[in-house]
Design a binder for this molecule. Structure first.
Ligand code: ATP
Ligand code: MG
Length: 488
């Protein structure tokens, strides 16, 4: 030991930025020769390796990053191996720790096992033996991760079968989804509360090449401001009061999969800049960490707020807004796709009835009628709740109209003054037409049986100038071609 050349107490043997999913091993031993040998072997096995010659340094490293396995000598100068073991397990209770013991110190090894070591090896050990141990420990970890992943996968795929989308509007939306799903672009889903934004996010994920990875949903409105950063990016031990152990952030948990940032409009401003950086650079920095890590995550965001308004009000960063708007998807409110209502109602009826083990076949005619004329301010979620309540109350095998008392007065409120109703229809009609023609104004005007100039006037009346830049470009291109007189 005394003849070995001086080496730094700590060495990081791989570039963290290169491989976000590489398994990482921490090795603590004061025998530099052995340390070097282990490092070379482990690197050859394809692991990322951090080596330390003292227990104190080993613990410091474990506070900075999350390891998949640790190997520590029991006899160390300063803090001994048992104390290091205990400390490592405090930082990360799931960490498998292999201890190395000198020949003839079995009682120490027993003590280490009692304290939670994964296994022990008596020096001198051979590398094959070590490899067997490492493989076993990591396989166990991989398996529990795999089980988690499969569980979520089954849920996702099951969920996909349950998406009801009969209306033309939903069909158009699903076509758009099919176009973007397999790319890695950032998607922003807008729509009123309860319209099915999360459902659509899952459909995107399940139809992407990331379908086998995790789908992690975060409700940005539900995380307290002061915990936001560490939830998203993780933290190292001691990064702040109460940060007892190191913690993986949601970005890392979603690695290889999709991170769904729900209610993105609720994200506090200071964090928006960090999110922007994470999306742009594809790397995150844990709270308290000295370096950033690469992450391989697809971002989907959702909001029921008008983000452009939030930008104007200074509540949402403009640069982040443009970054997440790469592909906007809009989930229409239920009242604009009433032909989905009977199918959704039947779908929720079957779900609830199965759950409650009740034999209910369907709806009476007047019950369905009541459902289809109601305005559904709470959209699909409200429909789901109404059906569930009706199933609870039902005593016959068909749901009757009186089982939906909340919708009783709604019928009258439905009737607006004719002018207002006409304008509402006109606006929806135009919006759909523009969407359907992908912003091709000539075609839209033709389909509507109007001159382009008139059609533009109508769009202007409802503030419907194609907002999407792609649409605008097309519209402008056509302007230049100038096949028909236009007013602009
Ligand atoms: N097309 C659909 N087919 C079947 N179920 C649906 C559909 N759309 C929505 N749902 C159901 O309606 C409920 C609300 O959907 P979801 O949570 O996706 O809405 P949301 O737009 O994210 O709502 P919020 O704005 O409140 O977050 C869920 O229980 C979901 O399963
Ligand atoms: Mg939601």
């Amino acid at each position: 030991m005394t003849t070995t050349p001086a080496t730094p107490a700590r060495e990081r043997a791989t570039d963290l930025k290169d491989s976000p999913s590489q398994e990482r091993i921490l090795v603590v031993d004061d025998d530099q020769n052995l340390l070097h040998l282990l490092k070379m072997r482990l690197l050859a096995m394809g692991f990322g390796v951090t080596t330390c010659t003292t227990g104190e340094d080993g613990i410091a490293e474990a506070q900075k990053e999350v390891f998949d396995l640790a190997i520590t000598d029991l006899r160390l100068p300063g803090q001994d191996g048992l104390a290091v073991l205990e400390e490592l397990l405090l930082i990360n209770p799931a960490l498998p720790v292999l201890v190395l013991t000198a020949h003839g110190s079995i009682p120490n090894a027993v003590e280490a096992m009692r304290k939670g070591a994964y296994g022990y090896l008596t020096k001198p050990f051979d590398v094959t033996e070590l490899k067997v141990y490492i493989d076993k420990a990591l396989t166990q970890q991989r398996m529990s991760r795999e089980i988690q992943r499969l569980k979520s996968l089954v849920k996702e795929l099951y969920g996909l079968e349950n998406v009801v989308a009969r209306s033309a509007k939903m069909q158009i939306l699903l076509q758009q989804v099919a176009q973007v799903a397999d790319t890695d672009t950032t998607v922003c889903i807008t729509g009123e509360t309860g319209t099915g934004k999360e459902v659509i996010a899952r459909v995107v994920h399940c139809n992407s090449k990331r379908a086998r990875g995790a789908f992690i949903a975060v409700n940005c409105g539900a995380i307290p401001d002061n915990l936001f950063e560490s939830e998203l990016f993780g933290h190292v031990r001691g990064a702040f009061t109460g940060a007892f152990g190191a913690k993986r952030g949601l970005f890392q948990s979603a690695s290889g999969g999709t991170l769904f940032l729900d209610e993105i409009g609720e994200m506090p401003l200071p964090l928006q800049v960090k999110l922007l950086r994470a999306i742009q650079e594809r790397e995150v920095r844990e709270v308290g960490a000295e370096y950033s890590r690469k992450v391989d995550v697809r971002i989907i965001t959702a909001t029921n707020r008008d983000l452009s308004e939030a930008v104007k009000a200074g509540k949402f960063r403009e640069d982040l807004y443009y970054r997440i708007q790469v592909v906007p998807l809009h989930v229409p409110p239920l009242r604009e796709r009433r032909d989905d209502i009977p199918l959704l109602a039947q779908h929720f009826l079957e779900q609830s009835a199965t759950r409650m083990t009740k034999r209910i076949r369907g709806f009476q005619r007047d019950a369905i009628q009541k459902l289809t004329v109601y305005s559904w301010p709470g959209n699909v979620r409200e429909l789901e709740n109404v059906i569930e309540k009706a199933v609870v109350m039902a005593t016959q095998d068909l749901i009757t109209a009186d089982l939906m008392p909340a919708l009783a007065q709604a019928g009258e409120g439905q009737f607006k003054p004719l002018t207002e109703a006409k304008e509402e229809f006109e606006q929806n009609y135009l919006r759909e037409l523009v969407q359907l023609t992908g912003g091709n104004i000539s075609r839209a005007a033709q389909m509507a049986g109007r001159y382009r100039a008139d059609f533009y006037k109508l769009l202007k009346k409802y503030g419907l100038h194609p907002a999407d830049s792609r649409l605008r470009q097309e519209a402008e291109l056509e302007e230049e071609e100038g096949s028909e007189p236009t007013e602009e």
